[in-house]
Design a binder for this molecule. Structure first.
Ligand SMILES: [Zn+2]
Ligand SMILES: [Zn+2]
Length: 86
């Protein structure tokens, strides 16, 4: 069992009545990229899934956001998330 697994399992984000999500267990195993990103959980009753970002991914996103804000004075932040942040 992965050390990044949550103590409390998430529920289906689309239809809460679907109940708990299952830890993703791809037939070919996790790729290094997937492992790096975090832990995926999938609903067994629909196609919904959620990613719990790893510490490495969260740190990279935080660093990207900080770099963006440094070059974007008065940035409204998530309001223009459609922009590709550098
Ligand atoms: Zn579902
Ligand atoms: Zn900005």
């Amino acid at each position: 069992m992965s050390s990044t697994a949550l103590a409390e399992r998430p529920t289906c984000p689309a239809t809460p009545a679907h109940g708990y999500l299952a830890l993703r267990d791809p037939p070919g195993g996790w790729t290094p990229e997937q492992r790096w990103c975090g832990t995926w959980y999938d609903c067994t009753r629909c196609t919904s899934g959620v990613l719990y970002p790893s510490r490495a991914l969260r740190e990279q996103l935080a660093a990207q956001a900080a770099r963006h804000r440094a070059g974007c004075p008065g940035c409204p932040g998530p309001a223009h998330r459609q922009d590709p942040w550098p």
